[in-house]
Design a protein around this ligand. Structure first.
Ligand code: 5GP
Ligand code: ZN
Length: 105
């Protein structure tokens, strides 16, 4: 998606530093953190919102969760929340699926 901010980040157009990346997803710090550690786990594939997922995206979302687990372990996070905002009324502002990893450690 040409004008999607997370697609642009995925193409390396924004100079965003990745804490982790592979062929399916990338992890970078939220530009406006709400806690000491606030990361975004973002699939390379453009899907607007969780509500638009297809059944065969289940593996991708599972992979995002495994990547969240691994980065939390690498950063020695003691506890954390994994959050998807789904839809404008739930606070979603970037319409490219992403998982927030939020931790006070
Ligand atoms: P949402 O409310 O859509 O679930 O969360 C989108 C998140 O993306 C927000 O927490 C916002 O701070 C973050 N964000 C928006 N634009 C950028 C950006 O250009 N770079 C980074 N690193 N984070 C962004
Ligand atoms: Zn996108």
């Amino acid at each position: 998606m040409k004008d999607c901010i997370f697609c642009k980040i995925g193409r390396g157009e924004m100079g965003t530093e990745f804490l982790y990346e592979d062929n399916l997803c990338m992890i970078f710090r939220d530009i406006n953190p709400v806690a000491k550690t606030h990361l975004l786990i973002v699939p390379r594939k453009h899907i607007s919102t969780i509500a638009d997922l297809h059944d065969d995206d289940a593996g991708l979302v599972g992979h995002m969760t495994i990547c969240a687990r691994d980065i939390a372990k690498k950063l020695n996070l003691e506890g954390y929340k994994l959050v998807f905002n789904v839809g404008r009324s739930a606070g979603q502002i970037v319409f490219h699926v992403h998982m927030h990893l939020i931790s006070n450690s």
